[in-house]
Design a protein around this ligand. Sequence first.
Ligand code: F6P
Length: 334
Amino acid sequence: MKFAILTGGGDCPGMNAFVRSVTRSAINLREDVEVWGVLDGWAGMISGSYRQLGVLDTAGISRLGGTVLGTLRAPELKEREESRERVVQNFIDAGFDALLICGGNGSLRAALDLDQRLKREEQRARIYFTSASIDNDVANTIGTSIGFYSAIERSMEMMEWIRDTASAHRRVYIVGSMGRNSAYLPVYAGLTTGAEYVIRPDEQVDFDKIVDMIEERDRDTRIIVSEAYPRTLEEITAILSAALEKRKSTHEIRTVDMGYFQRGGMASVTDVLRANWVGHCMVRAAIAKDDSGFYGAFHVGATPNRVTLEEALSPEATHEDIPREIIEMMVALR
Ligand code: F6P
């Protein structure tokens, strides 16, 4: 059998643990398996660039950030039919029996497209997918994305560091957070580090209330802003500065963006364990020649939730804002 592994979309910690788990599980569970890494994500599928992987190629990579296979953004896959046809043709020419993917929403759509084309051509090869994204915005009712917990840890560190200066200077820090349209990363980063306020993407913000809070806290205030919130960090600063000035407050405001730093660094224990487990389960499914599917995991050792690729892409599978109970807890902890 010939298996291929692909890491797609924005890189995130835990992708390497997935590559290692898939490679080693496949080679150790079945003697006649070859494992190939697709280079640079979907761009490598379009150009037909692969590298064979052995046990030693994946030594010592579990906790490393990024992805040893690379992942380029490949917008041509969405835009050009010709690129999608290239993918399926390359896949068939390479003689792959299974493609095991970890990636984001764009990768999930590409995976479904490839699966449908393979089935139309009556090919037996199957596609197995799990989510990897710091945004946790891929079928998050079915499982948590690999990389999400690492990004929270990175954000926690940065939020603790900024507290030192905020407190020393009695400053307000407006802190940008990645997460695309999803509220998960900014909210969880705020919860774990006790940020004073988190502005979610669609939130109707009561700026007067925030000014009250700044005045009451006096020493330090850290406000996390979701990347999809329609106002920039500078616009928020201007609104709050004007309101503080009106009250003759002396608090200064500064902005800082956690951005790409949230995506880097060592993988958290949770992400390494989950990537190991879900990758291993996907290999077992591929060996058993199960139908294509999405594998979502919350806990190591618990059978991953398996749904079809179509179901994973349905609106019901994902909430972009977080559940009401968690928002209520966040408010209660302010
Ligand atoms: O999906 C992960 C993510 O980091 C998002 O949070 C962010 O919106 C986007 O990728 C940035 O993409 P790029 O790396 O292409 O600039």
